[in-house]
Design a binder for this molecule. Sequence first.
Ligand SMILES: [Mn+2]
Length: 340
Amino acid sequence: MNNEINTKSNGSSAEPPGAKGVLECLRSSRQFVMCAHEKPDGDVLGSGFALGMALKRIGKDVVYFLDDDVPANLRFLPESQLTQRTFDGVADDAIFVFLDMSDQWRAGKALNWVPPERIINIDHHLGNHRFGRWNLVVESEAATGSLVLGLIVALGVPITSDIATCLLAAIISDTGCFMYSNADPHTIRLAASLMEAGAQKDRINEQLYQTRTFSGQKVLGRALDTATLTDDGICYSVVSRAMLEEFGATYEDLEDVVGALRAVDRCEVSALLKEAPDGTFRVSMRSRGRINVMAAAKKLGGGGHFRAAGATINATQDQALSAVLTAIRAEMAEGARAAG
Ligand SMILES: [Mn+2]
């Protein structure tokens, strides 16, 4: 099976820069701590569990550190019951594998003490800070899971059905079930190999895209009902803490809202402002493909991808909304200039 999986991007036979060093470290070290970013998604968790299972098969010790709960819709992933919020059992020589994050801060406060010389950084975000001693960053990959698949194959570990399910969940999660433009032929080929290796595609899609809490659907309804569509194509809505409380919904329930706003036919960029428990606002933005929302997010102190990005804004609701619209409009003007 392994020999049949070509994990190289664009048919190239070369290993991506950084892969060699990462593989040497994976082979030579004894213990690994898989590290996820805050608000973990299918890519970061699927990648971590898959790599963890592969490393265990070659006799390594693996800890899954997560300063959070596994989201309900990802609890079907193998290994998801093994995450821990402490560093119990982590040795002084353990290597920390940071997955799917452009800088160390995305992992949250609990992991900011880890020194670079103990960090492997595996990621596909634009503008990754190369914060590890070993960095495997390929921006053209649709998911961190694609890079992890390449590593597991290179380690010579068989792709079990559990590993395949975790990696396919990573790819499906980051491509919006192959809907986004990053689902290129290379990525779809990887997904096909994972299905051949026994990945549970239907289960993944059922969990990620077809299962919602009732309170979450109610909040989605309210957010759509109160949304605004501007003349220049920005569709936005605000979800307050009070609104979540009214429906008994959680932040996890809001994942789909910004996508539903973006689906509006005249919408170029959608934005959802979510009031956090500490009173700050978290903005998520999605672009139809012409406007770079990552650049808009950067102006707000955040980051992400060209079509999907976010930031945290410490301001009142009115100020936060105004800052978001200003940042998006600056990118619209930039896009118009570039188009000449
Ligand atoms: Mn990702």
